[in-house]
Write a new protein. Structure first.
Length: 348
């Protein structure tokens, strides 16, 4: 079965052809470098660029896979969460291909797609598994119970991990997207040079908070104009990773799980990958994480998630719509459902 994956939730036009739910025949990511000058994604610019880039990327993905578009057996598309206009471009295109080719269409949750990227290199996922999705818009600690089924343990009560990396990169004048630039710069810095806060480290929940850390970095840079940017990057990254590793490993142990799935753009972070591998190993946990290029947004993960959905018999109707706030678990929104306690807010 050949599935075409279409990913346009943010600023990457990702198109892929995946065979039998795992084998990536092609994976074209047309990155929009138009946003760097604004220091972040401009939604209107992103959706217009998707319109221009999408069909050529589909043609390129088919050519690289050595197939014709009519050889496709099904179409998978990200329907949310993400930017409304960007999602709409992908969904409209997917409906068009589905109608024109008379092939089944399936809408995919972007966060689930990130997790399914683990299948590409690791095969069938050993479930249930502790699952940590960290991206530009999300920080979610979950249990993946079964194929297509997740339970939320905790999430960010303010900024997403990628958002914090991007903001700190801006404070350091590094450019956009900031995550890979901080990752790179931090290698030359001393992670112990500055003692940044580890918010919610011992709060007894699986929630995360990064706005206090972000403010602490800003204040430190303003008060210490001579500070080495590499030290700020390394100390910031260490503070982020300390909490992430402690909570993810802690949750896996508490839930009695023996596997950890790590996914999303921030899972490309070299320090997170190294620390998580070491801590998982010493706790006797198996860690599955996609290679860095499959962590950031791409069409292959959408095609894989869509292949599993199609196998489960899921089909989307021709009136399929994008949902910018689509939750991974029905009824559980992007931010933590509950308001943070006063103590958590003070600590943050
Ligand atoms: O999953 P993704 O490609 O898009 C969203 O779904 O949001 O994640 C993008 C985020 C950006 O904030 C980017 O700065 C961050 O992932 N990122 C990283 C690294 N590579 C990408 N953050 C830290 N270290 C990295 N190496
Ligand atoms: Zn993403």
């Amino acid at each position: 079965m050949l599935v075409l994956g279409i990913e346009t939730s943010c600023d990457e036009t990702g198109i892929a052809v995946v065979e039998d739910g795992r084998m990536v025949r092609s994976n074209v990511v047309a990155a929009q470098d138009l946003h760097a000058r604004y220091g972040g994604v401009v939604p209107e610019v992103a959706s217009r660029a998707h319109v221009d880039l999408l069909h050529p990327a589909v043609e390129e993905a088919c050519a690289l896979a050595g197939i014709h578009l009519r050889d496709i057996d099904g179409i998978a598309v990200t329907i949310g969460p993400g930017l409304a206009g960007s999602l709409l471009v992908g969904v409209a295109a997917a409906k068009g291909y589905s109608f024109a080719l008379d092939r089944p269409l399936v809408g995919v949750n972007h966060l689930a797609a990130h997790v399914y990227a683990c299948v590409i290199e690791h095969g069938t996922l050993p479930l249930p598994a502790a699952t940590f999705v960290v991206s530009g818009g999300h920080t979610s600690l979950l249990v993946m119970e079964a194929d297509g089924s997740f339970r939320v343990l905790g999430q960010t009560i303010d900024d997403a991990a990628g958002e914090a990396y991007d903001k700190v990169a801006r404070v350091l004048g590094l450019g956009y997207p900031g995550g890979p630039l901080i990752d790179e710069l931090a290698r030359q810095g001393d992670p112990t040079a500055i003692d940044f806060p580890r918010s919610l480290l011992h709060d007894g929940t699986w929630d995360f908070s990064l706005s206090g850390l972000k403010t602490a970095v800003l204040r430190h840079v303003q008060r210490n104009p001579g500070v080495k940017p590499a030290d700020v990057a390394a100390a910031f990254q260490e503070a982020v990773v300390d909490v992430q590793v402690a909570k993810v490993v802690g949750a896996a142990i508490k839930e009695g799980l023996d596997t950890v799935l790590l996914a999303g753009g921030v899972a490309a972070n070299s320090r997170l990958r190294a620390r998580m591998a070491a801590e998982a190993d010493s706790a006797g946990l198996r860690l599955l994480v996609p290679s860095p290029a499959l962590c950031t947004d791409n069409g292959a993960m959408v095609a894989v998630a869509g292949s599993f959905a199609l196998e489960r018999g899921e089909r989307s109707a021709p009136d399929l719509d994008a949902d910018p706030n689509l939750p991974l678990v029905p009824g559980v929104g992007r931010r933590a459902a509950r308001r943070p306690s006063r103590r958590q807010r003070r600590q943050a």
